[in-house]
Write a protein that binds this ligand. Sequence first.
Ligand code: ADP
Ligand code: MG
Length: 259
Amino acid sequence: MQRFLFLQMYIFVCILFRKCLNLYRKIKIMNIAARLKNAGKEYKTGDTTIVALEPTTVEFRTGEITLLVGPSGSGKTTLLSLLGCVIYPTAGDVWVGDTCVSKLSEKKLAKLRLQHIGFVFQGFNLLAPLNALENVMQPLILQGMSQKNAKKQALELIRLFNMEDRKDNLPRNLSGGQQQRIAVARSLITNPQLLLCDEPTASLDQFSAKQVMEMLRDLSRENRAVIIVTHDMRLNKYADRTIYVSEGRISEEPIEDEI
Ligand code: ADP
Ligand code: MG
């Protein structure tokens, strides 16, 4: 009898353990905003092949700020562009959330970009003829939302970023820091799970860089993965993780000739 009870308990514990393990795996996958699985990129020009990124496997989790650092030409923008579904890999697969994007059509890719990915660039890339508010509204309009609703949502975000008094200004009448705050607001209006930034603080003074980075840090805590390509050593203290890129390869440890 005792033996039978023991066996029953043993089976019960085994089932419970398996259930917990499956749950843990599910939560772990849920936390992954994007990943590369042996994904690489080569460019062919004439007879020469440039390996911009060797086959790479890496995951990016929500709640984390990751810095991508490395010398010019090492493959940082290529990695960011693969994650941003701007280019297709020439090998392997790229996943955004639970979608494998490497084989999606251009049209589906564009839709996924608009819904799940936000971009922030060094040069802000605001549309010059549109004012700050209209720039922030733009992604929602592209998604097919009415002007009225887009305006309401954009205003809320602009208020959150303390930029309400500048909402009618054209980009050229805003400072670098203000333009970048508007650019961050625009990248977030669709509530993307993946925020990709290419040198977002390069044109900013100390104060504006701090403001933008604090904003990005808060955003990463809202269940979002923030990935930043940078040369800017001021950003180190904001990073949860740093990935070093050198000659098309990534490493989680500093690469020797770079230290
Ligand atoms: P980083 O952003 O680190 O400066 P990139 O990812 O832009 O580096 O580039 C990595 C390598 O791939 C470089 O050698 C670059 O010249 C090459 N490369 C990037 N884009 C292209 C392209 N469209 N055509 C050909 N070569 C490219
Ligand atoms: Mg680059």
